[in-house]
Design a protein around this ligand. Structure first.
Ligand SMILES: CC(C)(COP(=O)(O)OP(=O)(O)OC[C@H]1O[C@@H](n2cnc3c(N)ncnc32)[C@H](O)[C@@H]1OP(=O)(O)O)[C@@H](O)C(=O)NCCC(=O)NCCS
Length: 195
């Protein structure tokens, strides 16, 4: 796990913060969801470089090949970045990030899970963790874009109580209210959600 040496640095608000911990299905993989920090740069670049073209496209709507500038930007900018990491190997298997708007009440978010781990509940767990982080920091609305036909992302949006607001350049523009959520995606869900 990353060190907590930045924990008091305002530029690194989530460094070392542990948000959720669980064992993944029958494989018994121990997973920790925690705040990311600049020390995670290499691991994050490796994570993005392992994604398939299809997953990259569903997340970024284009094929990105060189992730270092992107990772530097999210780690050193105003974004809240959290990761799901295998505790046995230290491998990052999912990332969620949210960039707040100027008054900090809304944020644009994105989530991506490594293919091997998709459809196993990690998207939900990391989304709930991000939601709690945002709620505690005064963010009350999350917006984002998904491709039409991205069923997993759409179901996740619905689960979180969100809805499609409009279509924009062939993308679905979604909005999700941020609510004080449960400790994780399994023991309960925010009131009023469900697919
Ligand atoms: C979208 C994404 C983040 C969801 O995370 P995930 O770990 O795969 O999803 P989860 O296992 O938590 O499941 C989320 C929902 O999708 C449903 N789902 C999972 N796999 C599915 C499948 N193969 N077909 C249909 N629905 C599926 C789940 O049942 C769940 O809905 P429910 O709670 O109503 O049952 C992940 O699939 C991903 O990284 N996709 C590529 C990038 C992307 O599309 N990001 C979103 C745009 S920013």
């Amino acid at each position: 796990m990353s060190s907590q040496k930045h924990a008091r640095d305002p530029k690194c608000p989530l460094c070392g913060v542990r948000l959720d911990r669980f064992v993944l299905d029958q494989e018994g993989v121990p997973v920790l969801i925690r705040g990311a920090c600049p020390d995670d740069k290499d691991k994050l670049v490796a994570f993005y470089e392992r994604l398939s073209n299809e997953t990259i496209y569903t997340r970024f709507f284009s094929i990105v090949r060189y992730f270092e500038p992107y990772v530097e930007r999210i780690l050193n900018g105003p974004a809240y970045v959290i990761v799901a990491e295998r505790e046995d190997t230290g491998e990052i298997i999912a990332v969620a990030e949210a960039v707040p708007n100027s008054d900090g009440t809304a944020a644009e978010a994105g989530i991506v899970v490594l293919e091997k781990y998709q459809g196993r509940g990690i998207g939900k767990r990391i989304a709930y963790a991000l939601s709690r982080v945002l709620w505690e920091r005064g963010v009350r609305r999350v917006v984002g874009y998904i491709l039409p036909g991205n069923i997993k992302a759409y179901r996740l949006v619905k689960k979180l109580g969100g809805r499609i607001k409009s279509y924009y350049e062939s993308l679905l523009y979604v909005e999700i209210p941020v609510r004080p959520g449960p400790a994780n995606g399994k023991t309960g869900e925010p009131a009023g959600t469900g697919s």
